[in-house]
Ligand binder design. Sequence first.
Ligand code: BES
Ligand code: MN
Ligand code: ZN
Length: 498
Amino acid sequence: MRTEVIAGDITEVGVDGIIISLCENTERGEAPSSAVVAVDSALGGAIGQLLDSHGITGKANEVIVLHSLGRLPAKLVAVCGLGKQRDVTLDRVRDATAEGCRALRKLGCQAIGTTLIGAGSVGFDPAASARAITEGAVLGLYTFTRYKAPEGSEVERLCIVSRDQSSVDQLSRAADVGVVLAEATNVARDMVNEPANYMTPSRMAETAMELGSKYGLGVTVLDRDDMVSMGMGALLGVAQGSAEPPKFIRIDYDGDDSTDARTALIGKAITFDSGGISIKPSEGLAEMKDDMAGGATVIAAMVAIARLKPQVNVTALIPAAENLPGGHAFRPGDILKSLSGKTIEIMSTDAEGRLLLADAVTYAITEGMSPLIDVATLTGACRVALGTVYSGVFSNDEAVVTRFMHAAVRTGERMWRMPLADEYRELNKSLIADVKNTGNRFGGAITAALFVSEFAGDTPWIHVDIAGTSNSTKDSGVTVKGATGVPVRTLFEFVNSE
Ligand code: BES
Ligand code: MN
Ligand code: ZN
């Protein structure tokens, strides 16, 4: 899809469909934007009448599509609700754009025009609106078409219409940032939506190499032999039950040569999680192809970073393996020696993600990286606790996590801080090894985070559990069915906020 910002009038733009937006209760005296007034008058007062009869309410996520009956160059008008004016955020702008674009696509629109949603009715900075609009459109119109042709036509052009000629360049630049962030998120979605018979650890490494050469990032891939000589016993233990060789992927971005400081983004990449010998029940097992979502999101965040070039140094580390119960598989009761030297008693081979993270975190610390942000589909318990909208955030550093939570608010990716409860640390104690890889039945997301924190030690570290949020069963705003690509945009926003 091509996106552009043009100076003009929304009632005159030559596209198939246009998007206008409106707040709830507009009929009770809150003035609608001048674009709504202009479109309404071109339509002979249709919008006003629908408001009077409650056919249009302006509620968040409402989209009412009207036919222009030849009164406008555009055939269709999508009137998108933003919710109550005092509640409108840039995230609502993203969602409204996504909903409006999807509604118009369904009706066959290939070129869409939109006003600067939120700039007129709510008074947002027009550049912030432009960026939110392109993010919303590119995220909301995402489809995964590698194995099945799209059902209808695709949107080819999105045209943001501003009445101010002098700001077009500035708005275009902001719109382009939104496109880059949404496209990067879609890179993660593409990887996660791939089935496990395609997206193996080796394919993840190849994908990282391809993206690295396309966007100018240094990519290094460690093979099993390298891991053996380094002593990554935890990662190797997980990988040994599968014929697919594990890979440890490192991606470097150098944006600031005045310092050695380097942030690490670590992503769990289990390309299929059968549970191993502690095998999972077959119900819902197909979903376990997205157990590499953490890895995919940190790879994709590096794409955004390489394209937008913040002045920071960032390295992504992706421990990748498949968790299968083959003849060489590790077993419950086994003891693994991690890269840190700490020994781990395996209570469940299904608690494999934390083992990968342990070695990756140790690697990052050995390389002097800080802070460390890990992203992982780590626990079913996190999904039970927070559901499918909020990711769980754990940290040992108040300042860093505060920055991260603020970044998340700006992107609209929902995050909820969870306690790294010292009281539960003893649950990970083992009689015969330094730690064991499961706690008990309760507080499973917390004991998993505590396990990883044993390896982070005092290095500032954040853990994001995306087990509930990596996938969606429905379209809603910028979220579409399938992989969500959460938290690619927050990772970028975080490193960009240094
Ligand atoms: N990949 C799973 C976590 C998961 C569960 C992600 C559901 C998405 C949806 C992880 O490897 C796992 O199996 N965790 C276990 C931990 C348990 C054995 C302590 C879990 O959550 O059941
Ligand atoms: Mn598992
Ligand atoms: Zn897993």
